[in-house]
Design a binder for this molecule. Structure first.
Ligand SMILES: Cc1cc2nc3c(=O)[nH]c(=O)nc-3n(C[C@H](O)[C@H](O)[C@H](O)COP(=O)(O)OP(=O)(O)OC[C@H]3O[C@@H](n4cnc5c(N)ncnc54)[C@H](O)[C@@H]3O)c2cc1C
Length: 464
């Protein structure tokens, strides 16, 4: 049996954000009729924020907790495909840990691995393949990199998009694609949609963080192992369609028509789902309607389409040691995530967000996307590169009915106050967590989602 000392020691290791002194105090308080008078907490969504909130609240032993998850999986936007292409694990959603944070602390015991920073890249530019060293001597490239690196310290008088900043900085057109491709992965949309001011300490900050990957394991396995104690609380295949908080208890109805009642409800569904109008499929209807301020907050935040493409190749066409390939085409940046020179097996990954994903990729089948990449490589790099593709996998997060996009970002004119509004509890009964509600500049990340779970668990405890 776990002793009180073991319990506190484990918490200290696994949950650094919770105060040990507070836990010691709370565990000394007498429980009111344990077992018979337990308060009930419903949690909607079994992504990391929902799982983490459940883990924290469950440790008090005073509440009945249920996690209602629409899909048949756990982890939400953290999903791995294990031993993909019979070669390696691939991360279909979140693939990197940005710095040493709450997510890093969870993954570390399972084998977090440093991803080389500033590693050499290969560039397909002016229809020629160049290495970082070759390009490094060019004034256009060095000027572009200088503007890229100083983006976070730029103070605009009026808000502008990152795209406008690139134009304003007079980055030469022929190297603009490198700037755009280096940025879009971190803001989750194209540069023309995101505010430079509001994303400054959020998405843009991630660019400079040290990055880590899952090492020998996968993020999905880590989630299964770390959250094992609360997995029995998850009710999969339970999409919530109505939340009625007009009375004392919150009544939650799922698509099968079953209604459950809770004292408090934690809502962790993605911003894209919260934004859906009640007539749209997979929307959630609130009774009464959420306060107007929440809608205003949601209008200022975006969550755009996101598609990840993985390719298996049987030949290398980029420079040895390069970890990234940038090319001036539609399909732009590819990261080399696995290489085996003995078997000539290489796995590449690319992420596409915003307009291109929304207006172009969403209208194509997986096979059409791969044929398109082959065609593009044939004309830009050559036939050998095009013919080297022997396998592929496409993960389109916009087509996932319960996610419908990638991660949240600030639109032009947005600011932190809108995330604060989104995070605000309603009627002492509805509590909001999930990456979009992160008010510590960590939105759009796994660690940011976990941190909102710590906040929400504390809020719920205070109100119960
Ligand atoms: C392509 C991509 C790449 C990314 N890369 C990174 C990265 O490298 N590093 C990083 O830190 N972060 C990255 N992120 C962001 C990160 O994945 C998210 O910020 C984080 O996982 C969000 O966790 P969450 O708990 O807030 O939401 P989610 O993980 O979205 O969990 C919400 C859950 O709610 C469920 N749900 C939805 N509707 C309902 C309903 N009606 N009823 C019941 N359940 C419902 C969903 O099925 C889902 O399981 C990436 C995301 C994407 C999509």
């Amino acid at each position: 049996m776990q002793t009180r000392r073991d319990f506190i020691k484990n918490l200290g290791m696994a949950l650094p954000a919770i105060s040990l002194a507070e836990l010691l105090l709370s565990s000394c308080r007498p429980e009111k009729n344990p077992g018979t008078d337990k308060k009930t907490i419903g949690i909607i969504g079994a992504g990391v924020s929902g799982l983490h909130a459940a883990l924290l609240l469950n440790q008090y032993g005073r509440y009945h907790i249920e996690i209602l998850e629409a899909s048949d999986q756990i982890g939400g936007r953290v999903q791995s495909s294990e031993y993909a292409f019979n070669t390696c694990n691939i991360e279909l959603g979140a693939g990197k840990i940005y710095g040493r944070n709450s997510w890093y602390d969870i993954v570390k015991p399972y084998g977090a691995e440093l991803i080389p920073f500033n590693s050499p890249s290969s560039y397909v530019i002016d229809s020629e393949l160049r290495s970082s060293i070759e390009l490094g001597g060019e004034s256009d490239y060095t000027f572009m990199m200088q503007k890229f690196n100083s983006m976070n310290s730029f103070i605009p008088t009026a808000d502008m998009t990152i795209g406008q900043y690139i134009s304003f900085s007079e980055v030469p057109e022929r190297v603009r694609f490198i700037f755009e491709q280096k940025t879009e992965e971190y803001i989750g949309t194209n540069v023309d949609r995101a505010s430079i001011k509001a994303n400054k300490n959020e998405g843009i900050d991630k660019i400079l963080e040290q990055k880590y990957g899952p090492g020998n394991t996968s993020f999905s396995r880590t989630i299964r192992d770390f959250y094992t104690p609360i997995l029995p609380l998850v009710r999969n295949n339970t999409p919530v369609s109505v939340i009625d908080y007009s009375e004392d208890k919150v009544k939650v109805t799922d698509v099968s028509g079953m209604t459950r009642s809770y004292d408090k409800l934690v809502i962790t569904v993605p911003l894209s789902i919260l934004k859906l109008k009640s007539h749209q499929p997979h929307s959630i209807r609130f009774i009464p309607e959420l306060p107007e301020a929440k809608f205003e907050a949601m209008d200022h935040l975006g969550m755009d389409a996101g598609v990840k493409v993985f390719l298996k190749l049987n030949a290398r066409f980029w420079h040895a040691n390069s970890k990234t390939i940038y090319s001036d085409g539609k399909y732009g940046k590819f990261e080399i995530i696995s290489e085996n020179h003995l078997t000539n097996t290489y796995v590449l990954s690319a992420s596409y967000f915003g307009k291109f994903a929304e207006e172009y990729l969403n209208n194509k089948s997986d096979q059409e996307i791969i044929d398109d990449i082959r065609k593009e490589w044939r004309s830009s790099i050559g036939l050998a590169a095009s013919d080297s593709i022997t396998g592929y996998k496409v993960e389109n997060w916009s087509k996932n009915p319960y996610i419908q996009g990638s991660f949240s970002y600030h639109k032009l004119g947005s600011g932190l106050q809108y995330r604060e509004e989104l995070a605000r509890q309603v009627s002492d009964k509805l509590f909001f967590a999930g990456e979009a509600t992160n008010c510590d500049h960590k939105s759009g990340t796994v660690n940011g989602a976990i941190d909102t779970a710590v906040r929400v668990a504390e809020e719920v405890r205070r109100y119960l």
